[in-house]
Ligand binder design. Structure first.
Ligand code: KIV
Ligand code: ZN
Length: 510
């Protein structure tokens, strides 16, 4: 059995299906570049047929990525496969990932197709995809609740049609590790042509077992895992890339395989995805949580100081943790700024983008004497997008006093027109949001408001996420500033900007 585990990252596709996590084209390109630095084998850049914006995003990733394979998801239809093929066409290495549901409940209630029709559609999809690339992956959606004999039939047929990777998804996060490994083992043993393809697993985390199930499939012979940074994804998320990668690396004795991942890029990738999507990482999350390598108890600290392996099975620096380091300050020039961005892997599209970012850096350095790498990442994540320019914060003045209702006066632009609005609220953030809403009247419902310190100390920038819902759409807005009221105003306006972009189709709708 090959000892190489292929890492298929779907942060930009399945991760993007998390409520509010949709990303712009430029954000996707930035994350894709970090995934390439991480040496991910396959980047699933999106679902090209979802909307013109999604198509453009997949194409932009295909144009800028050289080493990793770039993939687009496509339902088993002519139109989806054509769009996917066109979107990945510029990539040096391209893949089409086509899928159809195979469980009785999905075939009957969602697709309204009988099993023979599903087999036919699957074969036709693989053949159509082969016209665009010889790297075709096929997935049987809801494989976890599909009849195993039917899966053997479908997989045998698509292998005969030319699929190179066979993906077995636990779409609803229902399996348990022993069962999932058994299913993978049986499929590999019984499917005709199984030895000509790479077997892949794709697990959701509804019962908190996505990583355990994926690893069980690896023990049973899967040699591709589909996963996301920080475990981002539909509902409770997907299997987390960092946990799978570090598990097989740390326990090579058990798994007998390893990936090509550059583990030192894990933490930067985690931060970038968190900042762009507005999904903070819980402190006790394995590998990438702020406490993952922190030893609180005296006994542990004593042990680690004497001999670190007493309590540590991995080294923090090996997965990319660095102590908060002051990297720039108020007097730093444009060149130092550019060099530091390059050192942490941020490439801006143009001189103009660099000048804009440098101007924002100067404003930040006036308020905050020590600038860390994390601040630079947040600064660039807050980069205004042309298509998201509808609302922009210009100024904010706020007053609050114990026992009095706070008042906020917000100056912002609406498609270039400057407006000023003032309101009272229960707290300064509430007053600020009310002042904006008074003018905009979006009627959106606020589902989540969270504040996270980007670095340590009270001087840290606050990173705010505001999740809004309107007409069935959910978006996350993100804003960062040393003043959390300003960060909140930025996040709220950013969410309103995202609500004003085009809606998209979910691939798992028929
Ligand atoms: O969860 C799932 O089944 C999927 C497929 C489209 C692979 O995301
Ligand atoms: Zn999925």
């Amino acid at each position: 059995m090959a000892d190489r585990l292929i890492v298929f990252d779907t942060t930009l596709r399945d991760g993007e299906q998390s409520p509010g996590a949709s990303m712009t084209r430029d954000e996707k390109v930035r994350i894709a570049r970090q995934l390439e630095r991480l040496r991910v084998d396959v980047i699933e850049a999106g679902f090209a047929a979802a909307s013109p914006g999604d198509f453009e995003a997949v194409r932009a990733v295909a144009e800028s990525i050289k080493e990793s394979t770039v993939c687009s998801l496509a339902r088993a239809t002519e139109q989806d496969i054509r769009r996917a093929g066109e979107a990945v066409a510029p990539a040096s290495r391209k893949r089409i990932h086509t899928f159809i549901a195979t469980s009785p409940i999905h075939m009957e209630k969602k697709l309204r197709m009988n099993p023979d029709q599903v087999v036919e559609a699957a074969i036709a999809a693989v053949k159509m995809a082969l016209a665009h690339t010889d790297d075709v992956e096929f997935s049987a959606e809801d494989a976890v609740r599909s009849d195993i004999d039917f899966l053997v039939r479908v997989f045998g047929e698509v292998i005969r049609a030319g699929a190179k990777t066979i993906n077995v998804p636990d779409t609803v996060g229902y399996s348990v590790p022993g069962q999932w490994g058994d299913r993978m083992r049986q499929l590999i043993e019984r499917t005709p042509g199984a030895d000509r393809v790479v077997w892949s697993t794709h697990c959701h985390n509804d019962l908190g077992m996505a990583v355990a199930n994926s690893l069980s499939a690896v023990l049973a012979g899967a040699r591709q895992v589909e996963c996301t940074i920080n475990g981002l994804g539909e509902r409770a998320g997907n299997a987390s890339l960092e946990e799978i990668v570090m598990a097989v690396k740390t326990r090579k004795d058990v798994f007998g395989c390893d990936s090509n991942i550059d583990a030192a890029q894990i933490v930067p990738a985690s931060r970038l995805v968190s900042q762009i999507t507005g999904y903070p990482v819980q402190p006790n999350k394995a590998i990438v949580g702020a406490n993952a390598f922190a030893h609180e108890s005296g006994i542990h600290q004593d042990g680690v100081l004497k001999h670190r392996e007493t309590y540590e099975i991995m080294r923090a620096e090996d997965v990319g943790w660095t102590a908060n380091r002051i990297v720039l300050g108020k007097l730093s020039g444009r060149n130092a700024f550019r060099q530091r961005l390059q050192a942490i892997g941020i490439e801006l599209e143009s001189e103009q983008a660099l000048n804009d970012a440098f101007a924002r850096f100067k404003v930040l350095a006036d308020k905050k004497t020590e600038i860390f790498d994390e601040d630079l990442q947040a600064l660039v994540s807050g980069e205004p997008e042309a298509e998201m320019d509808r609302f922009r914060l210009i100024d904010l003045a706020q007053s609050s006093e114990m026992g009095e209702k706070p008042v906020s006066k917000v100056v912002f632009s609406v498609q270039g027109r400057e407006v000023t609005s003032e309101a009272q609220g229960n707290g300064p953030v509430d007053a600020t949001v009310r002042a904006i809403e008074q003018e905009v009247k979006s009627g959106a419902e606020l589902l989540l408001f969270s504040v996270n310190a980007i670095t340590t100390g009270t001087e840290s920038q606050g990173e705010v996420t505001m999740r809004l819902s309107k007409g069935g759409r959910v978006v996350n807005g993100v804003g960062a500033d040393p003043d959390i009221v300003v960060a909140s105003a930025k996040a709220y306006l950013n969410a309103l900007n995202r609500l004003s972009t085009q809606p998209r189709v979910n691939p798992q709708q028929p």
